[in-house]
Design a protein around this ligand. Sequence first.
Ligand code: MRU
Length: 346
Amino acid sequence: MNLKTIEWRDGKIKLIDQTKLPHSLEYIYINNIRDLWQAIRTMKIRGAPALGAAAGLGVYLGIKDSKAKNFGEFSKELERVARYLAVSRPTARNLFWGLERMCGIAVKNKEKPVPVIKRLFFKEAQKIIEEDRRACRRIGDYGAKLIGNNDTILTICNAGILATIDYGTALGVIYRAKEKGRKFQVYACETRPLLQGSRLTAWELKKNGVDVTIICDNMAAALMRQGKITKVIVGADRIALNGDTANKVGTYNLAILSRYHNIPFYVAAPAFTFDPDMKVGKDIPIEERAGDEVRTILFRREVAPLSIKVFNPAFDVTEHNLITAIITDKGIIKPPYNKNISKILC
Ligand code: MRU
């Protein structure tokens, strides 16, 4: 795949500005953590694994010019940077996982001189990127086995190349199945309010030769009733140890509809999306976003009175008992999740 969602280039973070898609493919260069914070909050960069990479590169960006003379001073600066990036968005586990990994490097190497620790930070950020790339390929390998000829797969939001380093999680399964020569179709929910399904998923699948059709979010039940959906595959922002999964709002609807229509419902995510501190999904913090995302179409055209009240949660939690299996880079996890998640992840 020729797209690079996020990378380190010429001393800056280079990323695709996803708010510009599908109209134009534009890259931006970020050289300070305030701009990175804004890019995350405004979803120029988005998707849980891509946020993990942004955390790694962001911490390096934030401390690379540090003038700290000793570890004490350095670790205070590091803490400031990590705390700042941590409040950009609350739900995706990968963002916090990335920050924790970077902070762990400092603790492990505190006896070393500051310039050496900085170099180790750069290496760690690159390692996060490489691990994500490999994890998505493995998810693709495992998941493709579940896809047969003539399947019609429904997905929501964007869990593809644009949400990861490349390849994707839910869409990684689709890309791998295509590489293996399977013939199938994909339906993408447009994913109101910010339309990641129609703007991003449809764009990248089409670009990569996948047969994709978009539907409005409220059409999923009708399609299922007509027998037009044989599988649902979605990504994940955070998975609790009992398998409860936070993902783009609307995912829970699809899981309930799948159960009613007897359609397998799969979640695809790397191991680092599981939160070891989260026993059940109800404790996962759910981001609430600005009302104007709903009152307008992409802030351009009003579709509601501008003074109207809006409730705009960006994610919902799907209970584990609605999930047929979780496709990870370590293998496919089936129920009972309480037992099997810790078995596979350990
Ligand atoms: O608000 P977003 O666009 O960051 O939400 C993204 C999703 O919900 C994705 O499905 C999830 O992060 C998995 S991406 C591989």
